[in-house]
Design a protein around this ligand. Structure first.
Ligand code: ADP
Ligand code: ASP
Ligand code: MG
Length: 438
């Protein structure tokens, strides 16, 4: 069985959904299909939730009406037969009815997560109506019946495997359709795997069913060597190791959810990044080993805070780092980069959810300075940390851009720089030229 995951833009227009069906039907082996919400839907649902959280019910209702009209038009492009249109309209009534109802009751975080789940439920149900219209046998699977996370928001792989297995062995079909992104949490409530989480669903399912391959279909021909939204000349990377891909995903390559590599890596399922708009393109193949040498790609992660923690003694006393790290552990805040000097340590975090508590506690035994709006730029490639000349090329490419931190040697596959977010574009462009000659 293979996993095929299609992102928002791949299903965002009726003709694209038709294309997805063609691609799926052409497969020889059984397919577990994972769909995202239509592009723009999750953003719209986030906005609806925000309006409700601020008590702006009329604004929320207006936003729901705009979204409903979009779906009304969408199904008319998707389907031709009246009975199928009727069924699609019933699906819309059910889900938009739920949104309307949520507007009537008082707001809660749990209800907000229900709102966010509607996008993937809609896209998969509408896709299944289209499959029926063109006479393709399939099985609809509700991810809320088997995708689950624990109290630390970590996926429960065994439970997912056990929950899914009976449905796949009914012998009914060779095409199974389910939702990305959505799941149930430890309390049994509707929850999600965070923005972009459909990639994570795909990878978790690839492991759960021991798939032959996990295909991530999107709107670009694979992982590029640099961020194509920012840098003009980028090119697809043919092959990456799981480690290289995981570093790129974690450090900002939006094409993959930050956590989406480890599940596939665990079961050694190859991941392929493919372009729905250009299915013949080679894309990127992600496997255990890295083929080729040198720098493979550069990625950037925004929204970073850098904290410099200076020991109140002259030297970094024995036990000082432990005390520092314990504060971050207490507030369950992961640290991305660390650099140390004789008297100070600098760390970066990507969330300010507990920043003030962290600063207060650190301040009780050290002097603390914070820089917001920082950006981590990571240069990734197998063993580049040990390869002669890479660091030299990298430092030369940085030119006059001020660098707040450099991290080299933590992972042999990654060298990271911390710069002011305002210098990101310039740095990515200079690296593109200095490291790739583009
Ligand atoms: P989907 O909706 O299919 O999940 P995403 O928008 O999440 O698609 O991811 C694809 C987008 O990621 C591309 O359109 C591209 O703009 C962006 N992107 C950022 N960095 C990279 C990169 N290094 N390689 C390829 N795409 C990237
Ligand atoms: N629909 C969700 C989002 O936009 C999940 C995904 O597309 O991967 O974040
Ligand atoms: Mg995505």
């Amino acid at each position: 069985m293979k996993i095929m995951k299609f992102g928002g833009t791949s299903v965002g227009r009726p003709e694209r959904m038709h294309r997805v069906a063609e691609l799926v039907i052409a497969q020889q082996e059984p397919v577990l299909l994972v769909l995202s919400a239509l592009s723009g839907t999750t953003n719209a649902l986030v906005a609806i939730g925000e309006s409700l959280s601020l008590g702006k019910k009329e604004e929320a209702k207006d936003r729901i009406a705009v979204l409903q009209q979009h779906y009304h038009d969408f199904v008319r492009g998707l389907l031709q037969q009246d009975n199928n249109l009727l069924e699609a309209d019933q699906i819309l009534s059910e889900h938009f009815g739920l949104l309307d109802m949520i507007c009537q009751v008082s707001y809660s975080e749990a209800l907000n997560r229900d709102i966010l789940a509607q996008g993937e439920l809609l896209s998969t149900k509408l896709f299944c109506v289209y499959l029926r219209e063109i006479g393709v046998n399939h099985v609809f699977l509700n991810a809320l019946d088997f995708m689950c996370i624990d109290e630390n928001d970590e996926p429960r792989l065994d439970a997912i495997r056990h929950g899914l297995s009976p449905s796949l062995h009914t012998g009914v079909g060779k095409l199974f359709v389910t939702q990305g992104y959505i799941c149930r949490n430890a309390k049994g409530e509707v929850d999600n795997l965070k923005r972009g989480g459909s990639d994570y669903t795909a990878s978790l399912l690839a492991t759960a069913v021991n798939a032959s391959v996990c295909e991530i279909w999107t709107d670009i021909d694979g992982m590029h060597n640099n961020d194509p939204r920012i840098v003009d000349r980028t090119r697809p990377v043919e092959q990456l190791s799981f480690e290289e891909a995981a570093e790129l995903a974690y450090f900002g390559a939006k094409i993959l959810h930050p956590a989406s590599i480890w599940p596939a890596q665990q079961a050694n399922v190859p991941v392929r990044l493919l372009n729905t708009m250009e299915p013949g393109a080679a894309g990127t193949l992600i496997t255990e080993r890295s083929l080729g040498r040198g720098v493979k790609a550069v990625a950037a992660k925004d929204g970073i805070w850098a904290i410099r923690i200076k020991s109140s003694r002259m030297l970094l006393a024995y036990g000082f780092l432990r005390k520092v790290f314990e504060v971050f552990e207490k507030y369950r805040t992961p640290i991305d980069m660390v650099t140390t000097s004789e008297v100070a340590v600098s760390v970066t975090i990507d969330s300010d959810a507990h920043l003030s508590e962290i600063l207060t506690e650190l301040g009780s035994f050290s002097a603390v300075e914070v820089d917001a709006d920082q950006c981590i730029v990571s240069v990734v490639g197998q063993e580049i940390g040990r390869e002669n000349g890479v660091l030299q090329d990298l430092l030369r490419s940085i030119g006059m851009i001020p660098v707040r931190m450099i991290s080299h040697g933590g992972s042999p596959h990654n060298i990271s720089l911390l710069v002011d977010a305002g210098r990101k574009k310039e740095l990515l462009q200079q690296l593109n030229q200095g490291l790739f000659g583009l």
